[in-house]
Design a protein around this ligand. Structure first.
Ligand code: NCD
Ligand code: ZN
Length: 346
């Protein structure tokens, strides 16, 4: 018998992941499907997933490459000003879409949605509220004059608070939250209509890490890493066992040459280590008793889908994070590349 500590939990869902397409999809999918039973797939491909037909085709490209027959991709619709209400309604009722994703115009990778003011899509939000379709939001107020470190807090004040007054029963997931303002807003709302996902990198790092010993392009993501006070507030949020926070890794692979570039892309590819990072943080916070609800229950409950039946066992045994994934002559450098974590999966 090994003496390593083990934790068995219901197999988690990754409620926010970018799998990309074609040759990248082919190489990154295996990590997500190894650790996660289901994953909510972001629609910001170079040609975004804006309708049912595109979602069905993308889902089957994912399933065709999948080696885990039990893995289930859950698709999202990329909102634009022109999103058809019928498309959204049919997609949701026929379980093609689990929700729709709102990217304020130019807020991040592939987000030329032209949505500069939410009033431009009120008719869409009204429908979504009516049919109880979840709205996933990249919550950053994106204006050149707003300091990049303040964009999330300002989005809450200027956009989200007024929006929730108009649509109090719209189910909203504030994605990849990074600030103490977002944590308190979600906690105080204490509502079955508002939740937040939290990434492993925002739990493990703060903005100092991005400049440690030199600029670290692999740690550049959006929303950008914040001060330690915010990192601590996220760690506290998950260790209190609050049901309105759950796992969304925001694993976002980019080719090395697109990261190490004068205009390097935002995004951290963490799929090979995300679950191991979460368990590391829960252990550090002495909150392992809440690991399972954060990883495997809160998201499913919020999205109103069944809790998974499979389980996964985490074992306190060191593992080395793989160094790179070759993609033709290029490669992707994973989060914590080559580093040792104290946890593995059985
Ligand atoms: C994501 C990507 O690369 O698609 N990038 C990121 O920094 N997180 C988009 C996103 O979720 O913002
Ligand atoms: Zn993302």
């Amino acid at each position: 018998m090994s003496s390593f500590k083990k934790i068995k939990i219901i197999k988690p869902d990754d409620c926010h992941v970018h799998l990309r397409d074609e040759k990248i999809l082919k190489k990154v999918l295996r990590y997500t499907e190894r650790f996660y039973q289901r994953a909510i797939i972001m629609p910001n491909l170079d040609k975004p997933i804006i309708d049912c037909k595109k979602a069905i085709a993308y889902k089957s490209r994912i399933m065709d490459l999948s080696k885990n027959t039990k893995f289930e991709p859950l698709m999202t619709c990329y909102l634009t000003k022109d999103t058809s209400l019928n498309e959204l309604k049919n997609g949701f009722f026929n379980k093609i879409f689990i929700g729709a994703k709102l990217y304020p115009n130019q807020s991040t990778t592939n987000s030329k949605t032209n949505i500069n003011n939410l009033s431009e899509i009120f008719h869409i939000l009204e429908l979504m509220q009516k049919i109880k379709m979840p709205l996933l939001i990249h919550g950053e107020e994106n204006h050149f004059n707003i300091d990049i470190y303040d964009r999330e807090a300002q989005f809450i004040d200027k956009t989200l608070v007024p929006l929730r007054k108009i649509f109090p029963e719209l189910k909203i997931i504030l994605e990849h939250i990074t600030t103490k303002e977002a944590v308190s807003y979600i906690k105080e709302a204490n509502s079955s209509y508002l939740a937040g996902t939290i990434t492993p990198h925002h739990l493990m790092l703060n903005r100092n890490n991005m400049f440690f010993g030199g600029i670290q392009p692999h740690l550049y993501c959006l929303p950008i890493l914040k001060r330690k006070i915010h990192q601590n507030s996220l760690k506290k949020a998950i260790s209190d066992g609050n049901k309105n926070f759950f796992l969304g890794s925001d694993s976002a692979p980019h080719l090395y040459t697109n990261k190490i570039n004068p205009l390097g892309c935002a995004g951290i590819f963490n799929a090979p280590s995300s679950l191991l990072c979460y368990v590391t943080i829960f252990e550090e916070m002495k909150a392992l008793k809440y690991l399972e609800s954060f990883c495997s229950k809160n998201g499913a409950n919020f999205y109103n889908i069944p809790i998974n039946k499979e389980s996964i066992t985490l074992i306190k045994k060191p593992s080395k994070i793989l160094e790179k994934i070759n993609i033709g002559k290029n490669f992707i450098s994973p989060f914590l590349s080559g580093e040792i974590l104290h946890w593995s999966i059985l």
